[in-house]
Design a protein around this ligand. Sequence first.
Ligand code: HEM
Length: 226
Amino acid sequence: MTTRTMVRNSVNKPAAARRKRATWDRKRWFWLLVNLAAALPLLLLLWDAWRGNLSVNPIDDFTDRTGKAAIIILLLSLACTPVASILGWRLAATVRKSLGLWAFAYAGLHFLVFIGLDYGFNIGFILQDDLLQKRYIFVGLLALLAMLPLAITSTKGWMRRLGKGWKKLHRLAYAAGVLAVLHFLWLAKGGRMEPFLYAAALALLLIVRIPAVRKRAITLRRRLAT
Ligand code: HEM
């Protein structure tokens, strides 16, 4: 190494370290913000329950609000990769796992409220009464079951152990999304627009997964940026 290179390196090093530190800080703050935002529906629900601000049917409030949080956060977690790769906002990819875990936590809570508060944990009653009779309950359960292996294998250890299989397994997130949207479409009564909005969002997320579409979208974004 020449003296000039050594001098240039020693000058650039603090700047490079500062840049690295700034990126790390940005990632950390963003992660914290996203996790706080994801916890908000639960905190608001508990706050409303404590203050007596729920409706005349608080069990319905718990079911509906945890279900809504689960589906919205699940769709947001599915949006992280396209936002990072197509829109070039790389920070989005850093919160995909957290959002997936929050979606699973809300879906689990939603399920617990249903079997615990609605049915007093009487599994036999659920099986004969709802599970096989109501198709929306059945697909809801499938959605939850699809999310379970994703939550279990979300750690670095599982990622290493499964290798390429990890990515394949995590395509289940899209299956969970489809089942969750179907669950909402089938249960919603009275011409509600909301489930259709989620269905449209999911359709868009599935379309941008098609390699040719993704490639075109990236090219378009780059062309617009120059
Ligand atoms: C075993 C699993 C599940 C069961 C038993 C279940 C059950 C229910 C029930 C009983 C309702 C209320 C229906 C009504 O208002 O008439 C509901 C609503 C809902 N569930 Fe589930 N669900 C399950 C899984 C899921 C999952 C995995 C998600 C999302 C990821 C989800 C999202 C929703 C949504 C968005 C609503 C509608 C909330 C609203 O009306 O505003 N559910 N679910």
